[in-house]
Write a protein that binds this ligand. Structure first.
Ligand SMILES: [Mg+2]
Length: 282
């Protein structure tokens, strides 16, 4: 049976600026075996082309179509809600580009889709504007709720920290689109043309990668090359299907990628027609 992979990057493919040894061999194997895959990131800072270039320079030559960011998921979602809308944006190039590509204009007052969209980069004056727009009725949309992100120079505040500031100041509650939101998890699966039972998420973070997969009925592989230690798993009410030290383990040719995580849930792959439903209901 065909499987495909949604693959987190930070802590799975690289850590900071360093490639995780063997990650390149795993991706090469996917390409050689024509296994569908998509890199999935909650980083809204870069465009998909920026991300593909970063990966290529690290020795993983991939096309930008292999990358799906929370900025893209957010822009597509907003464009479906309000075609050719406008939004006030606290964020960076990747988010602005994604909004423009999806027909949005970025404004600094009276956003007509009533949305304040939050990525990571912010300045106090932008927060003050956003607070007023939200109090005037704009909806608060977050690209993700990650509390912080690891960098080469330590830990920096994430989008979730900015969103918490805006929520506290306004009493509003944000809607978040990035992992683990089903909006991004579902869009990514559809981007690959896979069914629920064919989709496997690989990530290093329980709160986003594994929870996102669990909520969608996807299978999940947790790798221990990033933010999670195995002894922490008892704290969670959910877990992955498989735990591996690193994606390098999946580069081993003796491992069959089609059966590495058994048991895809086919119950979401199709819906019964009404006649079948009527015969079986109750
Ligand atoms: Mg990660």
């Amino acid at each position: 049976m065909k499987n495909g992979f949604l693959i987190d990057m930070d802590g799975v493919i690289y850590r900071g600026g360093e490639l995780i040894p063997g990650a390149d061999a795993f991706i090469r194997r996917l390409i050689e075996q024509r296994v569908p895959f998509l890199f999935l990131t909650n980083n809204s800072q870069r465009t998909r082309r920026d991300v593909a270039t970063k990966l290529t320079r690290m020795g993983i030559p991939v096309d930008e179509r292999c990358v799906f960011t929370c900025a893209m998921a957010t822009a597509r979602y907003l464009a479906r809600c309000k075609p050719n809308g406008t939004a006030y944006v606290i964020g960076e190039g990747g988010l602005l580009t994604a909004l423009h590509r999806n027909g949005f204009a970025v404004v600094d007052h009276q956003p007509d889709c009533s949305a304040v969209v939050v990525g990571r980069r912010m300045f106090l004056a932008m927060l003050e504007t956003a607070v007023q727009l939200i109090l005037d009725g704009a909806k608060l949309i977050a690209t993700n709720l990650d509390p912080n992100c690891p960098t080469r120079h330590g830990t920096r505040p994430g989008c979730g920290a900015t969103v918490a500031y805006l929520e506290t100041a306004t009493g509003a509650r944000a809607m978040s689109i990035g992992k683990p939101s089903p909006i991004m998890m579902r869009s990514a699966r559809k981007e690959l043309g896979l069914a629920t039972s064919q989709t496997i998420m690989i990530g290093d973070t329980m709160e986003t990668d594994v929870l996102g997969a669990r909520q969608m009925g996807y299978r999940a592989i947790l790798v221990l090359s990033g933010s999670t230690r195995e002894e922490e798993l008892t704290r969670y009410a959910y877990g992955p299907d498989l735990i591996l030290p690193s994606v390098a383990d999946l580069a081993d040719p003796s491992i069959d990628l089609a059966t590495v995580v058994p048991g895809g849930d086919v119950s979401d792959d199709s819906v019964p027609d009404l006649a079948t439903w009527a015969r079986t209901a109750g």
